[in-house]
Design a protein around this ligand. Structure first.
Ligand code: NAP
Length: 503
């Protein structure tokens, strides 16, 4: 599948700027300052392209979390951010986006080094999308208003009733490792626009770009304590954030399993909770398509970001009449998606993020084979350092197999046949998840029928995984609670206050 020369999987040299960043002393960003942890614990930073440790970040203690929450609490309560004129919040946020763009190359390189995704992809997708989240939400800072409402049971003019919108308060934001910078910006942008203050924790595997973002927060001119960034483990630092009595809202993106735990843990203090969770998204290919055009789209739906995408099109349904041609077409993209180190400019797919993820994905592939699935492409891993898995297509699967039911979060697609629309809609919905779905057809009526039948937060037509900051995003069923982006995104960070004044 690849040119397997001895240097094929060798990671490229880091830039001087990246080396300098990696050589920094591990610290936390609290109150606009870099501070030492109260304890001495750190966690390793690994380059998944080589499997080597390349630095360390703080493993925040309970005391560190308390300090960050306290900074955010004080900053919220004295109104130093929410009390600013909206135009100033808007401008500060746009300055942050400017700084992000001005440092795009370093952000893209650090993301590639830390997560394993191709630097070119981080530069083309992650960094601009992160900046656009901030710019779009900055505009909402001046556009959230209440309304004057005439009461139903009272004479006109008897009382003056109106609503106002207020920020929810201190937000604990916890994000995963698949799009670290983008996820961080997706979280902070609506909270900042609403006037909230923040404690953000990236995933332990991928803290680098979020720490670089902290530099920009201070430079952009946010008041101290508005954005606090701590690194560390989920089951310790994350847990403390979720249970902290001074936190008003928890916004989480990650696995369904941890999302359920967080929901339970936030219950005692009845925090606002929004959850963006896992998926097992179907891609449905109807018989009227041009297979040569559609197959690369179906391949991209699963192999982009090494399949580590919440909306990855991991269940492929192709009509029986074109099934073999679709599989051939997806398999033909194998060389394009063959994994390479993240700094290889020729790469389109990198390694998986960690040894743990590599073992998990290979475990699923082996389970699929044991259960009777056939491998139409890949099904193995290159024998080299780093966490590379070859793009994989499994056929001859059935709905009971774990590879069909569970989120693999790797470059593995399971392909099934269908014969009619109702059958495929039922099969597409045969999952506990409901995040995304792709439908490929030239027939507009078929498109609308499937869009209405499939239970998912987003349905794509003749494309997959297209995300825009103006369009709401979130999950049905066990894929989440609430929506991010668009107007819905900022609503999730606002309270509604009703005021009734006797005239
Ligand atoms: P994960 O294991 O659930 O971790 C996500 C975050 O939660 C990490 O920062 C993690 O910290 C933290 N965490 C773990 N245990 C915690 C606890 N007890 N309390 C508080 N925080 C805790 O997910 P992942 O493996 O990083 O990411 C992959 C998952 O994210 C997939 O299921 C994917 O579908 C989902 N995802 C969903 C969306 C969406 O928008 N719906 C987008 C992207 C990803 P540590 O890593 O430091 O332990």
């Amino acid at each position: 599948m690849n040119d397997l020369s001895p240097t094929h999987f060798q990671q490229r040299e880091y830039s001087a700027a990246a080396k300098a960043f990696l050589a920094r002393t591990p610290q936390l960003f609290i109150n606009n300052e870099w501070v030492n942890s109260s304890a001495d614990a750190t966690i390793p930073v690994e380059d998944p392209s080589s499997g080597k440790e390349i630095g360390r970040v703080v493993d925040a203690s309970d005391k560190d979390v308390d300090r960050a929450v306290s900074a955010a609490r004080v900053a919220f309560d004295d109104g130093r951010w929410s009390g600013l004129p909206p135009i100033q919040r808007d401008r500060t946020m746009n300055r942050l986006a400017d700084l992000l763009e001005a440092n795009a190359d370093l952000f893209a390189e650090l993301e590639a080094i830390d997560n394993g995704k191709p630097k070119g992809m981080a530069a083309a997708v992650d960094v601009p999308a992160a900046a656009s989240q901030i710019r779009f939400m900055a505009g909402w800072a001046s556009k959230v208003n209440g309304e004057v409402i005439q009461p139903y049971t009272m004479p006109t003019g008897a009382v003056f009733g109106y609503t106002s919108r207020e920020p929810v308060g201190v937000c604990a934001q916890i994000v995963p490792w698949n799009f670290p910078l983008l996820m961080a910006c997706l979280k902070i942008a609506p909270a900042l626009a609403a006037g909230c203050t923040i404690v953000l924790k990236p995933a332990e595997q991928t803290s680098l770009t979020t720490l670089l973002l902290a530099d920009m927060v201070a430079q952009a001119g946010f008041p101290a304590g508005v954005v606090n960034i701590i690194t560390g483990n989920g089951h310790t630092a994350g847990d403390r954030m979720v249970k902290h009595p001074d936190v008003d809202k928890v916004a989480f993106t990650g696995s369904t399993e941890i999302g359920k735990l967080i929901n339970r843990n936030a219950t005692d203090t009845l925090k606002h909770v929004t959850l963006e969770l896992g998926g097992k998204s179907p891609v449905v290919i109807m018989p009227d398509v041009d297979v040569a055009e559609v197959a690369p789209g179906a391949a991209g739906a699963i192999f982009f970001n090494s399949g580590q995408v919440c909306v990855a099109g991991s269940r492929l349904f192709a009509h029986s009449s074109i099934f073999d041609k679709v599989i051939e077409g997806v398999a033909a993209t194998g060389p394009f998606w063959g994994p390479r180190p993240s700094l290889d400019p020729e790469g389109h797919m990198g390694p998986l993020v960690s040894k743990e993820q590599f073992d998990k994905v290979m475990g699923y592939i082996e389970a699929g084979k044991r259960d009777g699935a056939s491998v139409a492409m890949g099904g193995d891993a290159p024998a080299t350092d780093g966490y590379y898995v070859n793009p994989t297509i499994l056929v001859d699967v059935n709905p009971q197999m774990s590879v069909v039911r569970e989120e693999i979060f790797g470059p593995v697609v399971v392909a099934q046949r269908f014969d009619d629309l109702d059958e495929v809609a039922k099969a597409a919905n045969d999952t506990c998840y409901g995040l995304g779905a792709g439908v490929w057809t030239r027939d507009v009526a078929t498109m609308h029928k499937l869009a209405s039948k499939i239970k998912a937060g987003t349905v794509w037509g003749n494309c997959h995984g297209v995300i825009d900051t103006a369009l709401p995003f979130g999950g049905y069923k066990e894929s989440g609670v609430g929506r991010e982006q668009g107007r819905n995104g900022i609503e999730a960070y606002l309270e509604t206050k009703t005021v009734i004044i006797q005239m």
